[in-house]
Design a protein around this ligand. Sequence first.
Ligand SMILES: [Zn+2]
Length: 403
Amino acid sequence: MAFLFVTLLRGSHPLMESWFWLLLPIAALGGWLVAARSAGKAGSCADSMLGSEYIKGLNYLLNEQQDKAIDVFIRMLEVNSDTVETYLALGNLFRKRGEVDRAIRIHQNLVARTNLSNEQRTDALLELGQDYMKAGLFDRAEGLFRELIESNVHLSSVLPLLLDIYQQEKDWGNAIAIAEQMGFVGEQSARAVIAQFYCELAENARARVKIDEALRLLDKASEYNPHCARASLIRGQIARQKGDYQAALTAYEQVVGRDIELLPEILDDMEECHAALNSTHAMIPYLQKSISQYAGISPVLALAGIISREQGDQQAADYIAGELGKRPSVRGLARFIDLNLSGCSGSARDNLLILKNMTDQLLENKPVYKCNDCGFTGKTLHWQCPGCKHWNSIKPIHGVEGE
Ligand SMILES: [Zn+2]
């Protein structure tokens, strides 16, 4: 019977929502019956007291005083090995419904009991920790999860939860320590995720102008993931800032070698480095090679920029027109119009300006990046997807309105 109520309480069918307030007294009654049966013979006095309590709870429920009803029904659930499951499932259901305060009250009540087995107590602590997490009480949740880790129980549940807390708090040091105990973070290799944590620490060090520390942290990132493109990207940015343009170019080429989807991120910086080294010409073969390997429009536009500066706008416009047939792109069209505007006047120019206005409107508010895992879109490159929390899953959007 207890199993039936636990199953009902754990159900996630939509009908559960409408039947929830009916199931609560049924579960309470079921829990009490189980307890009474396990006690062997419940005295008539106790029976009558519980009966009046039950009526009181129902009355509260009918008068929409749910909190008081819950208190009554919880009191009825005598905690023993048969009813702990009912308690846990009830609290779990409240948490799933977003009623975290009620879940916390139920699980706290359970944890406070002294007659629980070790296993029951750790089950309750795990639930209570998740209640605290959902309520945003990260310090309390962390304390409970740490206690469970020290007891070496529920590790497969607790480690991801604790890691989630540290990631939300951007406590990368602790996140690394926890991820090191995991083989995978979700479906991603823990070592690749740890490399991202080191990159976060390196970004922080760079922001504090602690460049040596940042470089040491990037070495750690590469140690955990030798193919970490982000570590190379940050190395390139540091080298460029220091004026070591050749080292920056080497790092940027490494970025693309590791993840060609990051090509649009480094092209402007590469151009800047080549300009500083007076070697812009050397970028042309690199761009031509990139265009043959990468389907997006960014390297085409970068090459068009060089052609425009060296041979004039018309040559650059002709080049883009040829490429647009192979890779249709609103961004490419907008640049093509720009290049044609300089040589136009009168009504032809006015017509081009109308077209330019249209392409600008098409591109305005269009997301540039999309998460390959959950479909989250935005205009900023997030290393951790704000939607699904996966790392390195956000890439440029390809297609006519994108890359
Ligand atoms: Zn995502």
